[in-house]
Design a protein around this ligand. Structure first.
Ligand SMILES: [Zn+2]
Length: 271
């Protein structure tokens, strides 16, 4: 996809698969199959090296990731354990976000820079052991503490994303691109989130980038999977699908137009 072939007004679609790990692979595979049934598009797989603290090494799983990489998909680091083990803060907002909203999975929500650095290093070492490239870091639940933002300056990541923004690193230029996502954890979320995703996709019709984020749990609800397939079909009519690392190349080559404003003050509520 050389930049010269792309129209400056072209619009893009990034589809990410969150929480990729041996323990979630069966559901991940179902989502990959469902997406492929619509179109064989490049995806960004958000990989968690020690999901929920499990030591599991799985050669077939790692072989599958290697094959996906070889076929043009991207692997990005999505935390190390996906568990928020930092001490709780007395702030009620933070408490709600970290316990009820994320169910203590926002691993980087409250870390100081030293702890965030340690986990980033472990994640990078895991990628290095497999000899896999990694350009992106996406925090679990998209929650980055100030310490995490500070720590990211010390590592060669090229981008990160929050729920609403795509950020270049280390510059932290931002592109407004809220992620379409399903709230499959509970019945209300499963009913409402497809409608919200449809509405948001319409509102973002002329935006340079639309992001769609899928979680392994989504695969267990056929209605959500069908909605996702229909949404993808509609988005692909007018959007070019690409991985986040390819999107970054496009952006840095002059397209899509970014907000070009500095990042908002970092905090766990972030975006
Ligand atoms: Zn996650």
């Amino acid at each position: 996809m050389p930049p010269a072939d792309r129209n400056a007004d072209e619009k893009f679609l990034c589809v990410s698969l969150h929480d990729v790990a041996p323990a979630t692979w069966q559901d991940c595979q179902r989502l990959l199959d469902a997406i492929r049934a619509v179109a064989d598009i490049p995806l960004t797989l958000l990989v968690v090296p020690r999901y929920h603290g499990r030591e599991t090494e799985s050669i077939p799983y790692e072989r599958m990731l290697g094959n996906l990489l070889a076929r043009g998909h991207e692997l990005a680091l999505h935390g190390y354990t996906h568990l928020d083990c930092a001490p709780m803060s007395p702030s009620p907002g933070s408490h709600f976000l970290r316990t009820v909203y994320t169910q203590r999975e926002g691993e980087f929500a409250a870390l100081d820079a030293a702890r965030a650095s340690r986990l980033l290093e472990l994640g990078l070492a895991w990628f290095a052991r497999h000899d896999w490239p990694v350009q992106g870091f996406v925090a679990p639940a998209w929650l980055l503490s100030k310490g995490t933002w500070d720590a990211l300056r010390g590592y060669p990541f090229k981008y990160t994303t929050t729920m609403r923004y795509f950020y270049t690193l280390p510059q932290r230029q931002s592109l407004f691109a809220p992620s379409l996502v399903y709230a499959s954890r509970n019945a209300v979320g499963r009913t409402l989130s497809p409608r919200v995703a449809t509405a948001l996709a319409s509102m973002m019709q002329s935006a340079p980038l639309v992001r769609l984020g899928l979680h392994p749990r989504d695969a267990r609800y056929p209605r959500l999977v069908r909605h996702c397939q229909q949404l993808l079909e509609r988005l692909l009519v007018s959007r070019h699908p690409l991985t986040k690392e390819s999107l970054l190349q496009q952006w840095q080559g002059g397209s899509p137009a970014s907000d070009r404003h500095p990042a908002p003050p970092a905090g766990i509520l972030g975006d």
